[in-house]
Design a protein around this ligand. Structure first.
Ligand code: BES
Ligand code: ZN
Ligand code: ZN
Length: 451
């Protein structure tokens, strides 16, 4: 928790200095004093402050401390309220621990970081705390084992959190999905004894009647690959194949709690990709809500199938003005950009520029991939409108497959297969496991559409 008052209560004194090495931390002369060095003054930005705050909190906590006061005056002179919000986000996220189900579960001692040298900014700190809570919500869902987060449980947890903030929610079950013609969503969803759910959350904070931006998040609560079965090593971590769904949930909850004046809808197709006697098979030709037919090259390319119907739902039923989909979609993207950068595709330069601007605010990294018409041919099928695999360029082909259902609606596709989880955190405010990637950028993107 970060506070701006009662600083006398702090056990430790922390200073931010701008002449040492970035993010190095050294003991000061007096006991219980540390200096967090931020690097050169001209290089200072919010991301450095996020990481500095996280490093400071973790360091004091490792030494047994429960509170510290941070004198941030020089940094805040340069970065103002945004800097303060960055400190708060870093400090809050530094305390994240993944859920466990141990009999002897131990709660972590709370830690308080007080900030001195902030002229004002209670609101900025509060907004950042809400955002951090949303990132932790997304991380918690993403770190959840598959048996403790089935599509039904995911639907319950997301809608409960949304209802607590007064949001409108809807859960489409398999019968309703059948009536809507969501054959691609159901092809995957009916491969499992745990039935599929389409989760919808609506936040109407903007002008009445204004068309919403719709955030579509892949919610595969476990991806075994289906009959195109994954090898054991590749199946590890596939309980986190719903990180996109978790990210859009976190983003809409934060937008609502912070009362950002926009209309945003989250649509999450939640399914398990498994093997059953009625599972779909490679070679199958299936339909979709859009009417387009799809030939199955691999049942392991399930994400694009459920996203196809979710994007159609967003456009036809939610009247989306713009669509962003976010998904752990391809191993190809993870191999290309590792845990650092989220690759994206878009059919709209202006919308892409808005994403890039949001990313500067959030500190998350994105890189746009090409969508030349030659790539579109890769997902042609001889017998259906589309093929769900490609011969090469896997990340682009997968994105373009989803884009085929967006049509002319401004659309962005974020493939977080590499960035949604990490075994070696590269930021001070990350922990091993789920990163909660996308929550802050989607929040900033929607916020930038205010009014
Ligand atoms: N969920 C996976 C993608 C993935 C891989 C996410 C690694 C996180 C880490 C996705 O459903 C998948 O299996 N994709 C296949 C597509 C292929 C069969 C065309 C892949 O990338 O191998
Ligand atoms: Zn798969
Ligand atoms: Zn998957």
């Amino acid at each position: 928790m970060m506070k701006l008052w009662n600083q006398e209560a702090a056990q430790w004194r922390l200073e931010l200095s701008m002449d040492g090495e970035a993010l190095s931390l050294r003991m000061g002369d007096a006991p219980r004093q540390m200096t967090v060095a931020l690097g050169k003054r001209e290089d200072l930005n919010c991301e450095i402050l996020r990481q500095a705050a996280a490093k400071a909190v973790k360091s004091v906590r490792d030494l047994g401390g429960e509170s510290a006061v941070l004198d941030a005056a020089p940094a805040l002179e340069a970065l103002g309220e945004e800097g303060l919000a960055a400190l708060a986000l870093g400090a809050e996220l530094a305390g994240y621990r993944q859920p466990d189900w141990k009999q002897a579960h131990k709660e972590q001692k709370p830690f308080t970081l007080y900030v001195a040298g902030a002229p004002e900014g209670e609101k900025a700190v509060q907004e950042a705390a809400v955002l951090a809570k949303a990132v932790c919500f997304a991380r918690d869902l993403t770190n959840c084992p598959a048996n403790r987060l089935t599509p039904e449980i995911m639907a319950q947890r997301v809608t409960e959190a949304a209802k607590a903030l007064g949001l409108e929610t809807q859960i489409v079950d398999e019968k309703e999905a059948r009536a809507l013609g969501m054959e691609a969503f159901l092809a995957v969803g009916e491969s499992s004894g745990n039935p599929p759910r389409l989760i919808i959350v609506r936040y109407k904070g903007g002008q009445e009647g204004a068309r919403p931006i719709v955030l579509v998040g892949k919610g595969v609560t476990f991806d075994s690959g289906g009959y195109s079965l994954k090898q054991a090593a590749g199946m590890k971590g596939m309980n986190s194949d719903m990180a996109g769904g978790a990210a859009v949930s976190g983003a809409i909850l934060a937008l609502a709690e912070n009362k950002v004046p926009v209309n945003v809808t989250a649509v999450i197709p939640a399914v398990e990709n498994r093997i059953s006697p009625v599972s779909f098979l490679p070679s199958d030709v299936i339909g979709s809500m859009s009417g387009k037919t799809i030939q199955i090259g691999s049942t392991d390319a399930e994400g694009r199938l459920i996203l196809a119907d979710a994007v159609t739902y967003a456009i036809q039923k939610e009247n989306a003005a713009k669509v962003v989909d976010i998904a752990t979609l391809t191993g190809a993207m993870a191999r290309m950009f590792g845990h650092v950068t989220t690759g994206y595709l878009s059919n709209c330069d202006a919308f892409s520029a808005q994403l890039e601007a949001a990313a500067v605010k959030s500190g998350e990294k994105f890189w746009r991939l090409p969508t030349f018409p030659e790539y579109r041919k890769m997902i042609d099928s001889p017998v259906a409108d589309l093929y769900n695999t490609s011969d090469g360029a896997g990340a682009i082909a997968a994105g373009l497959f989803v884009g085929a259902f967006a049509g002319d609606t401004p659309w962005i596709h974020l493939d977080i297969a590499g960035t949604s989880s990490t075994s070696a955190p590269h930021k001070e405010y990350q922990a091993k496991g789920a990163t909660g990637v996308g929550v802050t950028t989607l929040y900033e993107l929607c916020k930038s559409m205010e009014g």
